[in-house]
Design a protein around this ligand. Sequence first.
Ligand SMILES: [Zn+2]
Length: 129
Amino acid sequence: MNYNDYVPVFNKFKEKYKKDIELLLGVEVGYRKHLKNEIEEIINSNPFDFILCSTHTIDNIPVPSKVYFKGLSKEDAYYKYFNSILETNREFGDYNIYGHLDYISRYGIYSDNRVIYNDFKDVIDEVLK
Ligand SMILES: [Zn+2]
């Protein structure tokens, strides 16, 4: 994303609509461990009002590619996903909310891709803490 373009365009609209609505400058961080320093530099050098952190990749494999699920049971794939969120929380806590915790269920290759709370209660409870 080109923040040098994003912020000025945002500011233009924030000013234009300031009588009608308060616009907040936001960004979604698809956290990846090897990009931690770059992510923090971007966050610290832009005036974000709101940061959404998300998990889109696990072990550098994009979840939507479905390669991630290959050879993994649903239980293993989903636990690994939720544990990666816990790891992100330990490494990177500079955000306001965590995005789409059910992201994994969009791309699963199983007969039932839903995240059933009771099946993953222990790790989901840790994530929600
Ligand atoms: Zn996202």
